[in-house]
Unconditional design. Structure first.
Length: 273
C-alpha cells in the first residue's frame, strides 16, 4: 500500500483523497493553509500539491525536501520547475471536471485521461485510479491546458449564454440540452468539421443577421465569436475536401460566400452546403 499526503483541501484535493482511498492508497491527511506544511513530505511516498496554480511554487518551496518522497502537482498549465527544490517531481492533471468531492472522486476512478509528466509515480497514480495516462511535456502544458479549458469551461459558459437567450423566448435550458448532447456525440463519431451544421456552415448570412438583431447588445460579442469559429471550421472543412479531390476532378457546387464584417469582424470565405 502506498501512502500519500495532500496539501489543499479544495475540490481537487478532496476528490483525489477519496478516489485514492477507494483504490487502496493510505491517505495520511489533507493539509490546509493554516497547517504547518514544512514536514509534509516526510513519512509518505507521495506528496500532492492540490492548490491553485498561483501558489503551487510557494507551497512547494515551503516544504522541506525528502529524497524518498515524490512531490506531485495537479496543475494542467504548470511545468515541473515550480516544484523546486524537490528532487523527485511529477505532474498529474485529470481531464475531467471536479465540481465537488463526491462527483469528483467518482469521475477520477471512472477511466478518465490524466496528463502526466516527470517521475513515473505520476503515471502509476493515474493507472491505479483506472485512468489512461498521456505524457504532456512542460513546453506543451500551457497549450494543453488551454484546450482543456475550451473543452470544459468555455462550453459551460456558452451554455450559460444559451440559458439567457432561451429565456428571452420563454424556454428553459433543458429544452436545448439534447441538441448539445447530440452535437457532442456527432463530434466524437465524425470529427468537428463533419459534425458542423447550421447557418454559418451553410453560408446563410441573412439568418445570422436576424439572430444578431434579436440578441441583446451584451450577448452579441459572444455570439459573433461563435460565428467566427464556425466559419473557420467550415472553411477548413471545405479546404480539406477540395484538397482531397483528385487533380483531374473539379470540386463543383462549392460557392464562396463573404462573411459580413459586422457579424464576425472580417471577411472569410466559406462553403455553402
Amino acid at each position: 500500500m502506498r501512502s500519500v499526503r495532500i496539501i489543499g483541501p479544495g475540490r481537487a484535493g478532496r476528490s483525489l483523497s477519496i478516489a485514492l482511498g477507494r483504490r487502496g492508497w493510505d491517505v495520511v491527511g489533507l493539509l490546509g493553509r493554516d497547517d504547518d506544511q514544512s514536514d509534509a513530505a516526510r513519512g509518505v511516498d507521495v506528496l500532492v500539491v492540490a492548490t491553485p496554480d498561483d501558489v503551487v511554487a510557494e507551497v512547494a518551496a515551503a516544504v522541506h525536501p525528502d529524497p524518498a518522497t515524490v512531490v506531485v502537482h495537479l496543475s494542467g498549465s504548470l511545468g515541473l520547475d515550480v516544484l523546486d527544490p524537490h528532487p523527485r517531481r511529477g505532474a498529474l492533471h485529470p481531464l475531467v471536471p471536479l465540481p465537488n468531492a463526491h462527483d469528483g472522486a467518482r469521475r477520477l476512478i471512472g477511466g478518465v485521461t490524466f496528463a502526466v509528466a516527470g517521475d513515473p509515480v505520476a503515471r502509476q497514480m493515474a493507472e491505479s485510479l483506472g485512468g489512461r495516462a498521456v505524457v504532456v511535456d512542460d513546453a506543451d502544458r500551457a497549450a494543453y491546458h488551454a484546450a482543456a479549458c475550451i473543452a470544459a469551461n468555455h462550453v459551460v459558459a456558452l451554455l450559460g449564454q444559451v440559458e439567457r437567450v432561451a429565456a428571452t423566448a420563454g424556454l428553459p435550458l433543458d429544452a436545448f440540452l439534447d441538441l448539445t448532447r447530440a452535437a457532442v456525440d456527432d463530434v466524437a463519431r465524425l470529427g468537428p468539421a463533419a459534425a458542423l451544421t447550421g447557418p454559418a456552415a451553410r453560408g446563410d448570412w441573412s439568418t445570422l443577421a436576424r439572430h444578431s438583431d434579436a440578441l441583446a447588445p451584451e450577448e452579441r460579442p459572444g455570439y459573433h465569436a461563435g460565428v467566427a469559429l464556425a466559419v473557420k471550421l467550415a472553411t477548413a472543412g471545405r479546404d480539406a475536401v477540395a484538397g482531397a479531390a483528385p487533380a483531374d476532378e473539379v470540386v463543383e457546387d462549392v460557392p464562396e460566400v463573404r462573411v459580413p464584417g459586422d457579424l464576425v469582424g472580417g471577411a472569410l470565405p466559406v462553403a455553402v452546403g
